[in-house]
Design a protein around this ligand. Sequence first.
Ligand code: BTN
Length: 250
Amino acid sequence: MAREIKIIEYGIIDSTNLQARRLIEGASGAEIQPTVLLADGQTAGRGRLGRSFYSPTDTGLYASLILESPSSLDKLLSLTALAAVAASEAIEAAFGINVGIKWVNDLYYNERKIAGILAESCISGTKRYIILGIGINLSTESFPDDILLKAGSLGVTKVTAKEKRELATDLFARLLDLLDCDDTSGAMNIYRARSTVIGKRVSFLQNGTENTATALGVTDLGALTVRLDSGETLELSSGEISIFVQKEQL
Ligand code: BTN
């Protein structure tokens, strides 16, 4: 039987992640999860690393799932990688579009970022919750200057409110199913198959130093294994990498 997930819909709000935090803090022990918050638009969409997430009204899916924090450390560590798998599979099922995953959890289509994932934690009483927010640019056509060269959209024709609800429900149901699985190695194989990073030359900042390396693989817990130019092998568990774009041979 399909999983029951409560959905609360909003018009334009500041951020579904912020609203989720307010709901958790106001719930005072009442059962609050799993609940999905879905908004038409956001005025203060939040991104990773203190950035904002551009969330124009009606052209994207902006949603947050409230769930109790997984008791398994492994599940907690791989949560955002599993969310990227769930989102890319749900997008493919809905639109037949095959998206790539750029480590850790950005989704790419036609070499543009079309979706981002932000996991935050929130404690209320004795319980710890995760707020798992995802923003997908479905039909957004124009972007502000600071993300103009990087952001893109799936380019689908305007998606109805019902279709957005179905997409959000399917996406988060897939994630909850993965979190219930004892063995997520199959999902991580999908992650690796969708990776836009494995085998590429990358750069990243570590302790203020810029490193260049080759991305070797992604572990079952979502860490990126890289070989530095010095020959040393490292596992990156969080952060951000840039992929070198191959210059055309002259
Ligand atoms: C990123 O790309 O840095 C993560 C972006 C996450 C955006 C989503 S949109 C729904 C939810 N509410 C927010 O304020 N942020 C997340």
